[in-house]
Design a binder for this molecule. Structure first.
Ligand code: HEM
Length: 347
């Protein structure tokens, strides 16, 4: 299962991912305190056993020293939804921004497309140069706390959450949520679109292959899911579910492995978007969880595929080509699974 030849294009996984892909068992020990699981039923049971804890959450883990209240969380996701829908309707920035190293080029491109209407200093919250440095991030956070902008300046619905906050604590949390939501969205969608471009191989040059980009994206979410590994801490909640899981263990759930088990998928290593044709609700497909299972399902899943589709359409309309590598692209060990390559728009 390690190397996936896909329509003439293959990927080279980081050695630790390759080791995982070579595992035959669906429940296996990774190290003294980590058990890996790729069994569809056991994953569903683990996810349903208890809600994710505050510290296991990503976007909504505690900020400014306190848990995120449920109503702030729902307001944030609604605001993000408005901003994504607005972005999809808005003309994209100049497409030379898609040239360069993927997935970084499309990450910055999406940030510019969706969030650059925010006034300074708020717009700095989603600048990659800033988000990569903890020190710069802290300085920008302080600046935004003091100057959150005014209603007359316009901008995104997410920025409005910061302006409308009712006190310093709520504002500091709104700033953290702006930063995390924009990063999760832009990093995730860029990774997904890049993985899709690579998996399409030479066929991306053909109109017919681009006819059903939604199916292309669901098949990409199966074969190269950006969220490829999910963690649960505190094995004691799960010891009754499988004898391998001990109280001191953490559990690593692997959609990446589950999505290519021959028990569940015919020709699992083949990139075949056709398998999704006519499937009304792909997430009801057994052994498929690119956005999690019932109990911890992704709140933004309805935004991710349409935005990735729009991004790919812009890339194709502007004749984006992959310059290198020609054959084997690396997939490094990162929390988001993404193929690395260099591309050029308008070629
Ligand atoms: C390509 C982009 C994304 C992918 C592939 C993705 C995938 C996932 C997956 C697999 C889960 C289940 C996690 C688990 O069970 O441990 C999840 C949960 C979740 N996701 Fe996403 N996600 C994406 C983007 C986003 C964005 C942009 C947001 C919000 C700003 C978001 C908010 C959430 C929330 C709130 C949960 C539920 C867990 C919690 O309460 O923290 N996701 N996502």
């Amino acid at each position: 299962m390690a190397s996936a030849p896909v329509r003439g294009h293959s990927v080279v996984y980081a050695p630790r991912i390759q080791d995982l892909l070579a595992r035959g068992e669906k429940v296996f020990r990774i190290d003294a305190t980590t058990v890996g699981v790729s069994d569809c039923h056991l994953i569903a049971e683990i996810v349903a056993e208890r809600p994710v804890s505050a510290m296991e959450r990503s976007v909504y883990k505690p900020a400014a020293g306190a848990d995120i209240p449920h109503d702030s969380a729902t307001r944030t996701i609604r605001a993000l939804g408005q901003d994504v829908m607005e972005g999809i309707r808005t003309p994209p920035p100049p497409t030379r921004g898609l040239s360069g190293s993927w997935p970084y080029a499309p990450t910055s491109y999406l940030r510019r497309w969706l969030f650059s209407s925010d006034p300074l200093p708020v717009s700095l919250l989603s600048k990659r140069g800033v988000t990569r440095s903890d020190t710069l991030s802290r300085i920008v956070d302080r600046a935004v706390t003091v100057w959150p902008g005014s209603d007359t300046e316009g901008g995104t619905a997410l920025a409005e959450q910061i302006r409308d906050a009712s006190g310093t604590q709520e504002r500091r949390q709104a700033i953290a949520l702006y930063r995390r939501a924009t990063a999760t969205l832009c990093d995730g969608v860029a990774a997904l679109a890049g993985n899709a471009l690579w998996l399409m191989g030479q066929e991306r040059e053909q109109e017919a292959a681009r006819a059903d980009l939604t199916a292309v994206l669901w098949e990409t979410l199966r074969l190269l899911p950006p969220a490829w590994m999910l963690f649960r801490k505190g094995g004691d909640a799960y010891t009754g579910l499988h004898p391998e899981i001990r109280p001191e263990d953490r559990v690593a759930l692997f959609p990446l492995l589950m999505h290519r088990h021959p028990d569940y998928w015919p020709d699992p290593l083949e990139f075949r978007p056709e398998r999704w044709a006519g499937v009304a609700d792909p997430e009801k497909t057994p052994a498929f969880m690119p956005f999690g299972f019932e109990g911890a399902r992704c709140w933004a899943k309805h935004l991710v595929v349409p935005l990735a589709e729009r991004l790919l359409t812009v890339a194709f309309d502007n004749r984006l080509v992959i310059r290198s590598p020609q054959q084997e692209a690396p997939v490094p060990l990162r929390s988001l699974l993404s193929v690395r390559f260099d591309a050029e728009a308008g070629a």
